[in-house]
Design a protein. Sequence first.
Length: 553
Amino acid sequence: MYRLFNTHNVRKTIELSALWDFEAADANYKGKITVPSCWECIPELVRYKGKAVYTKNAEFGGTVRFVFKGVSHTADVYLDGKHIKHHYNAYTPFSVDVTVEEGVHELKVEVDNAYYPESTLHKDNDYYTYGGIIRPMFIEKLDKAVVDYIHFTPYTEGGSWKAKVDVKIKNTTAKEQTVQLDLLLGKDCFLSKTVALPANEAVVLSEICGFDGVLPYSPKSPKLYEITAQLYADGQLIDDLIDRVGFREIKCEGKKVLLNGEPLKLVGFNRHEDYNMLGSSVPLQAIMRDIALMKQSGANAVRTCHYPNDETFLDVCDELGLMVWEEEHARGLKYEQMSRPEFIPQSLDCIDEMITEHHNHPSIFCWGILNECESQSEHGRSCYQQLYDRIAELDPSRPKTSASNKYFKDICFDLEEIVSINIYPGWYATNDHFTPTGYLEALKEHAANNGGLNKPMIISEVGAGGIYGYHTESMCKWSEERQAEVLDMQLTAILNDEDIMGVFVWQFADCRVDEELFASRPGCKNNKGVVDEYRRKKLAFAVTQKHFLPLTK
Ligand code: ADA
């Protein structure tokens, strides 16, 4: 099962076996491959950047939906030789509906993980773009009408819980029809409505509903409820969709972020989806190991640097009460990428898919964009504005932010609800940045004078490098001892600052990076993890426990 709960009782899913035919022609490789996985798991392809073709024959018919949870990074899907879908960006799901005769059909997926100028989000970077169908793929049997999504936005009014409930229903036929929609929280039906569906169209039903006697969601008491949409046609149950929600409300009040009226003090990590030889195709057991280690450090939050994460990861965060800063896909993009015509559409598609799919996760407390991108130029600012506007349109219930490293040149602090800054004093800069009148004070003052006045502030990245197992008397940079020493100094200064409501250590685990960065990344890895790529703890792990546990246990 992909999610931690069953998303359909009525809609049938055709389970394809995991082995597909596979060919990476440019690598002169042909064989079988598992779906999901990264093709770098195949020894001959551990450094392969390019195109590959996945092929699978399967028996199905009628109206079906091909659902891809993640293909890295570009997919072109063919059914019986006919092109039916193109998708760019590894980290967001996509689907396509087709109607075919019953029988055996050939499904072909062309995948490409190479870099091109028109690929404005996937480029040489301080993380690795793996290749393949990296997340699960399903074939769903659709009836004449289906529930595409339920979006549940809880809020309090006059001391009781309400929610804006948006349900998208699609008519999969060329005939107009009327269906009945029932909405249940747990087993209790709280809304029943007749809905007219024009031929071949989808409609979104929006309702405000009240909920009595429900328990709130919080990190320490992560109470979840299943919400179910059921569709009836002529009295027969024809489709359903099940999701999970939590009754919690996020608000910014001065320098605080409030969850159900309580100020959040967030301490945690930046985490790439990268698990040694499994690459970015991280199974539930490995996700659980990461989250168990983060909780052992005392962390109560995680940032999905620098892209939307797998829903399984978000499900575990929901269930264990780990608060999530989720962000659309972008790291260190320059004018070169942000001035291309593809940039805005690729970014908006990523935001649309991220929020459409992840709207209901109560653990997500904010949406992030454009990590360390061009927030110091007018052109960059217009890009930030467009992306923020799209997020506000799709989900006004969560604050927005972006992790900046433009410091005293940043001109976008006024566009966001939370001011977030990445700093590396003692690693990329000398220690004097943390003297009482040093960096942090200067940065806070600049932000306050440039749109960030009286806003919550997060140190979204701070840390240092350490190579697992490298110990030396000199405690030189890259030794575990020096990493621990620098991180200790950084966290002491940050966590003693009343104005900072959150800190995300860079980073949880070492991750693979592109060879373009080899000169500053020993072993072509970003070695700032507090654990290495095999989740072996470095001395820095104990430093995070020293600072986090007293605040969160
Ligand atoms: C930046 C960037 C991270 C990582 C980090 C580092 O802040 O956002 O992705 O590259 O620096 O390790 O230097």
